[in-house]
Ligand binder design. Structure first.
Ligand SMILES: C[S@@+](CC[C@H](N)C(=O)[O-])C[C@H]1O[C@@H](n2cnc3c(N)ncnc32)[C@H](O)[C@@H]1O
Length: 246
């Protein structure tokens, strides 16, 4: 059966060189116990791989793994800010072919949702294991691994550029605030939009506002999400750069 006026279905021929289906679990780092859970984001039903017990992971880290850089494995949690930003994106609608950069992607929910909406997403984080989860979560939902790049905001690559920059819950350590804002400013193309979701941590107060001094226009939205059986309010800063670079 086909719709009147539409081309008839193409008859099946012999399949040449069938591409074997990718098993997304092969993209996960082997050291973690992993859960696969369903996540509903507006009208989108997704599945995500997550570290089964992020608290146990944090407790298990010794001084060498915690490292001189004092990195806590925040990437392994799914934070309410990422749910809020993902829901915001779904309400805004399709992003066909939009070059999109996620900063501090963690396990990648926001970027996976942007990809489901048609965006061309580059997932970035300074944790290799976070990127492995983002690649696997992209594969789980879109059938191919996500594109990833190791990026530390303290030393971002000069060629990082996108029309849409996304970031959820990345404003929580003083030493990273200015490097994050500089990375965002350096990567956002003229005419582009950045969406920064933050749950109102005291340390973040006034930080995104600084971008207005660099000529970005800012609108603020409040999203309410339920996560872990609780309601959370999340601020979404929507930042626009004018088409001609200031
Ligand atoms: C609180 S987690 C949020 C993860 C994810 N966006 C979410 O909302 O579920 C912060 C993320 O930022 C990353 N991050 C922190 N400092 C960073 C830096 N200097 N450069 C790049 N990524 C960083 C962490 O590895 C982590 O994935």
């Amino acid at each position: 059966m086909f719709f009147p006026g539409a081309a008839p279905p193409v008859p099946f021929g012999p399949q040449v060189n069938p591409v074997p289906a990718l098993d997304p679990t092969t993209l996960l780092p082997p050291r973690y116990a992993v859960n696969r859970r369903g996540v509903q984001v507006g009208s989108l039903a997704l599945e995500l791989f997550q570290v089964a017990d992020p608290n146990a992971l944090a407790d298990s880290l010794g001084p060498e793994e915690f490292g001189a850089d004092e990195r806590f494995p925040y990437w392994a949690e799914l934070w309410p800010a990422s749910l809020a930003l993902a829901e915001f994106l779904v309400r805004r609608g399709l992003l066909p072919g939009v070059e999109t950069l996620e900063l501090g992607c963690g396990t990648g929910l926001v970027g996976v949702v942007a990809a489901q909406l048609g965006a061309r997403v580059l997932f970035t984080d300074f944790e290799e294991d976070a990127l492995a989860f983002a690649r696997a979560n992209h594969a789980l939902n879109l059938g191919r691994p996500g594109r990833t790049r190791l990026v530390d905001w303290r030393d971002p690559p000069a060629d990082l550029a996108a029309d849409l920059v996304l970031a959820a819950d990345v404003l929580y350590e003083r030493r990273f605030l200015d490097p994050f804002l500089d990375t965002l400013l350096g990567a956002l193309r003229p005419g582009g939009t950045a969406l920064v979701a933050e749950p109102g941590r005291a340390i973040a107060e006034g930080s995104v506002e600084v971008l207005e001094r660099h000529g970005l226009c800012r609108e603020l939205h409040l999203e309410e999400v339920t996560a872990g059986g609780r309601e959370h309010g999340v601020w979404i800063h929507e930042l626009h750069r004018s088409p001609a670079r200031e």
